[in-house]
Every structure is written in C-alpha cells, then in structure tokens.
Design a binder for this molecule. Structure first.
Ligand SMILES: Nc1ncnc2c1ncn2[C@@H]1O[C@H](COP(=O)(O)OP(=O)(O)O)[C@@H](O)[C@H]1O
Ligand SMILES: [Mg+2]
Length: 275
C-alpha cells in the first residue's frame, strides 16, 4: 500500500551539498548572498550561510577577512550592500538595529563592555530591562526571575553583588554572556569571546557555551583559537577576503588545504595544540 504523500516534513531545497546540521536539522538563521562594501573595500562579498538550530556554528578566518563585519550585518549595525537575512523564518535585512533583540538575536562584543560602577547583577539586568521596559517600573524585591536565572546558568550567582572590575577577565566575559542570554534569545553571537584570555579561561568559556547548547541555545562563535573551535563547534565556516572558503565538520575544515594556506599555516596540527 503506497503512501498518499511522499513528504516527510520539510525538506529544505538547498545546495547540492547539504549542510551538516546538528540538533533538529532546521535553520535558526539564514544568510543569502550577503555583501557589505565600504567604498572599495569588499569587507563581506557574497556570503551564503545556514546556521543550524540548536548547534554551535563557528567562523574562522584571518584578520580582516570580514568576520566582525558579518556580525555587524547580522545585528543590523552596518548597512548591507546586498543580501537577505532570515531569522526564525522572518526576513529582517531591513529592520532597525533596535528591533534585532526582539527577533531573538543577542551578542557579545570583541572587547568586554560592562558598566564598571554597577554590580554584576545590575549589568545583567540591563539586558533584561532593554527587553522589558514595563517590568522596569515595577517595584523589584530582589532580582527579576530571568536575571537570577541568567546568573545561575552562567555560574555567577555567588558574585552577583560584585563589581565587574573586581573579577577576572574570564568572569567578566561570563557577565556579558549572562546579559545577552537574559533576553532568552534564539541565537547568541560571540565575536572573539576569549581574546586576551589564558588557556584555563578559554576552556571555561567553551564549557559554558556547550552547556548553553545542551539547554537549547543556538550560537555563532568567532574565534582564532582553532583548538577551541574544534572542541566547541558542530559546524565550521572558513572565511577569507570577505568570502566563504569552505564549510563543514570542524576537523574537515581545519584539514582543508585552502584553509591551511589562508589561515592556519603549514605547521599547525590539531593534536599538538591541546595535549
Ligand atoms: N567601518 C568600516 N569602514 C571601512 N572599512 C571597514 C570597516 N569595518 C571593517 N572594514 C574593513 O573590512 C575588512 C574586514 O574587517 P573585519 O570585518 O573587521 O574583519 P575580521 O573581523 O575578520 O578581522 C577589513 O579590510 C577592514 O579594514
Ligand atoms: Mg573581528
């Protein structure tokens, strides 16, 4: 007896070489032919990417290859020369930057940006207030539930009353991550979250990201530490000169001769880096 329909849910009409997606296999964010040109500088020049729901995607590439410009485009902080952006099924390449958090996209910056005169909890609450102005007016006895929860998820409950300046750089970065996830985003963008950190702090951030993935949070990580990318990401994109060089399983991407030449240098070995 034949089935009346051969369809099994949604099969995305995509490239011939299907994207290796973890999690549910659906896309949290789609980038189509994205270009950002600054005068004659083609910072991003025709990028098409699908970020998998529930996974950690990563981007590697040399300095100046366009990674931060891509993040600026995804958060609408820079003007697109062309391209389409879709998050959670909604096209958003024309929305104002202020609407991006409401679409479920949160980010951390390359350099830590916290208010040093406020406590850890107050910094995290800023992320919450940005979303929920109405609640800001309500008298708050203790912390709003989502703020307390974000502190808990990032292991910051014990230092909630400290000032960021009293904390290690790695812990300050966790405060930024807490401030981003308090908005309950569908996607978290992290642009070089471990820049300037020691190896132990990098491991800590990687572990936090994997914990957040296990809780269902999709993430996009930009990072120079290739070993961290191998340890953290489900899927890797390699960029060079504003373009996508290749993508796939992290180990395969790192082993790709084009990536080796553009970025890694001939002597790099995954095994040697972390043992
Ligand atoms: N606002 C800007 N105006 C002009 N050029 C820019 C601007 N932002 C970035 N660029 C240029 O775009 C290219 C990509 O930069 P960037 O996205 O910061 O790369 P990455 O993050 O990979 O190091 C570089 O050549 C950079 O100098
Ligand atoms: Mg950058």
């Amino acid at each position: 007896m034949s089935s009346p329909s051969t369809r099994h849910g949604t099969v995305p009409a995509g490239p011939a070489d299907p994207v290796d997606v973890p999690g549910t296999g659906t896309a949290v964010l789609e980038i189509r032919d994205l270009a950002v040109h600054y005068g004659g500088v083609k910072a991003v020049d025709g990028i098409t990417m699908t970020l998998a729901e529930g996974g950690i995607s990563g981007i590697i590439g040399p300095n100046g290859s366009g990674k931060s410009t891509l993040v600026a485009a995804l958060t609408r902080l820079t003007r697109l020369t062309r391209g389409e952006l879709t998050v959670g099924g909604t096209r958003y390449e024309r929305v104002r930057p202020g609407r991006v958090p409401g679409l479920g996209i949160a980010r951390t910056f390359q350099t830590v940006r916290l208010l040093g005169d406020l406590s850890v909890a107050a910094n995290v609450q800023l992320g919450y207030d940005a979303r929920s102005r109405a609640e800001r007016r309500a008298p708050l006895r203790g912390l709003p539930g989502p703020v307390a929860e974000a502190l808990e998820r990032t292991g910051l409950t014990d230092v909630a009353r400290a000032r960021p300046s009293e904390l290690s750089y790695g812990t300050q970065r966790r405060v930024e991550i807490a401030r981003a996830i308090v908005m309950d985003p569908r996607l978290l963008l992290l642009d070089e979250p471990t820049a300037g950190m020691n190896a132990a702090e990098r491991v800590e951030i990687s572990a936090l990201m994997r914990q957040l993935r296990s809780e269902g949070l999709s993430q996009l990580l930009i990072e120079h530490d290739v070993q961290m990318m191998l340890d953290t990401c489900d899927h890797l994109f390699a960029m060079a000169q504003g373009r996508l060089l290749t993508e796939g399983r992290p180990a395969d991407v790192v082993a790709d001769p084009r990536v080796q030449e553009a970025y890694l240098g001939k002597g790099w070995k995954a095994d040697a880096a972390d043992q």
